[in-house]
Design a protein around this ligand. Structure first.
Ligand SMILES: [Cu+2]
Length: 160
């Protein structure tokens, strides 16, 4: 029951471009992020012992990639997906490929949300932050909506 209420609140917050449970810099980064906003601005507060990881969203030659494409993290860690080159990118998780309970964690932990399990498109210099607080162990495959057909897919692994 709590999860249902929390999810509903997140949907409402997401609809106005807000950021759940956070007053630390993410607010207002909805559809029109400031062009010159430094990537670091999106770094959220983190729990003790948590690690901040970065995944760059890149056009490398003719290949659209997440780098690193494979990353293993711990529950509680934060992953910052940074728009580096190649225009607009986003981060979308496959709902049917996630461990049980992961969707709720991602919906609570993702900034810059467009839809459940999907971020907005972000430009170079902008970022999507995902907190994995309480994330169940397992594989978290994801993709970039504009570039999925071009092979821009990757995977996180949460391992306690
Ligand atoms: Cu992309």
């Amino acid at each position: 029951m709590r999860a249902v209420v929390a999810t509903a609140m997140l949907v409402m917050l997401g609809a106005c471009g807000g950021e759940a449970a956070d007053s630390n810099g993410g607010a207002g980064e909805g559809m029109t992020p400031p062009a010159a906003a430094p990537v670091e601005q999106a770094t959220p507060a983190m729990a003790d012992g948590a690690t901040r990881h970065e995944v760059d969203m890149i056009l490398d030659g003719t290949n659209y990639v997440y780098r690193p494409a494979r990353l293993t993290i711990k529950p509680g860690d934060v992953v910052v997906f940074r728009g580096i080159s190649g225009g607009m990118h986003n981060v979308q998780f496959w709902a049917d490929s996630l461990p049980a309970g992961a969707a709720e964690v991602l919906q609570a932990g993702m900034t810059n949300v467009m839809a459940p399990l999907a971020s907005n498109l972000v430009a170079e210099g902008d970022s999507v932050v995902v907190r994995f607080a309480g994330a169940p162990a397992g594989r978290y495959p994801y993709y970039c909506l504009p570039h999925q057909a071009l092979g821009m897919v990757a995977e996180l692994t949460v391992a306690p």
